[in-house]
Design a protein around this ligand. Structure first.
Ligand code: ATP
Length: 253
């Protein structure tokens, strides 16, 4: 559904991410991991049209979409839940959902959204600014779903939230992927939780993907993730060379 091919992107013509290749199928959840400043948000912003690619391409269901404006991408089915959630804090939950979908998109009804996110029912008439952090994040996801996206991109799902809240939030993504058939790409700091919910993961260090593989295989090899996370490429390559028995993990640098 979503293909990022040989992408370079950054700011003022200078790339902060390079040679990025990511694929996410419909119904699949993929995690994008990496230390602060690795370039995760830059990749998500480029897919959502907020940052222009310098090189490479982004495809949605085989169609080239790189360089399109964010509102066009939203209409084509790309929905971003940004790190700051970008809710209208003075509007109620219901009003935030009402104003959410891009004009011309196939709208999901409030009932459809509440089926996926039942916790929002009790919040419908409450202003977004008065919701808890977990409820706000659910509303941000719900708002992204109103336009029936084919691709849901979530930046830092758990930022500022207690682990117990995160444990409830991440499985929502599983429902989104399985019920809506959407491709879900999520940036998540809680590596273990991310690998529990995702089918595959990519690890980014210093703007390059240094490790990718099946989440189940990566879960068993936290040392490899830790080494790649901090860009300790020598250690990572050694660890990678040591594990000749697992084809599901690929160190890409
Ligand atoms: P974090 O987890 O801290 O959000 P990240 O992995 O999402 O980190 P990015 O936010 O993509 O990383 O940042 C990657 C690099 O790009 C960093 O060095 C950052 O300082 C730089 N950067 C981010 N946004 C801008 C911008 N608007 N202008 C210039 N440089 C930027």
């Amino acid at each position: 559904m979503l293909e990022v091919i040989d992408l370079a992107a950054g700011y003022n013509g200078l790339p902060v991410v390079r040679d990025v290749n990511i694929t996410v199928s419909g119904g699949e959840i993929v995690a994008l991991l990496g230390a602060n400043g690795a370039g995760k948000t830059t990749i998500l912003s480029t897919i959502a049209g907020l940052v222009k690619p310098i090189e490479g391409s982004v495809r949605l269901a085989g169609e080239e979409i790189s360089g399109l404006k964010p509102h066009k991408l939203a209409l084509q089915g790309i929905a971003l839940v940004p790190e700051d959630r970008s809710l209208f804090l003075d509007l109620t939950t219901r009003e935030n959902l009402t104003v959410a979908a891009p004009r011309g998109a196939v709208r999901k009804s409030e009932d459809d959204i509440l089926q996926l996110l039942p916790e929002l029912k009790k919040c419908l008439n409450r202003k977004a600014g008065l919701l808890s952090g977990g409820e706000q994040q659910m509303l941000a996801v719900g708002r992204a779903l109103v336009g029936s996206p084919q691709v849901l991109i979530v930046d830092e799902m758990s930022l500022g939230l207690a682990p117990v809240v995160v444990e409830r939030l991440l499985p929502v993504l599983r429902d989104v992927a399985s019920t809506l058939g959407a491709a879900v790409l999520v940036v998540e700091q809680h590596v273990s939780l991310a690998l529990d919910v995702a089918a595959r993961a990519y690890v980014l260090a210093h703007g390059r993907i240094v490790l990718e593989g099946a989440a189940a295989a990566l879960r068993k090899d936290q040392d490899l993730i830790a080494a790649s996370y901090f860009g300790d490429l020598a250690a990572e390559e050694q660890l990678s060379a040591d594990r000749t028995d697992d084809d599901d993990i690929e160190a890409t640098s």
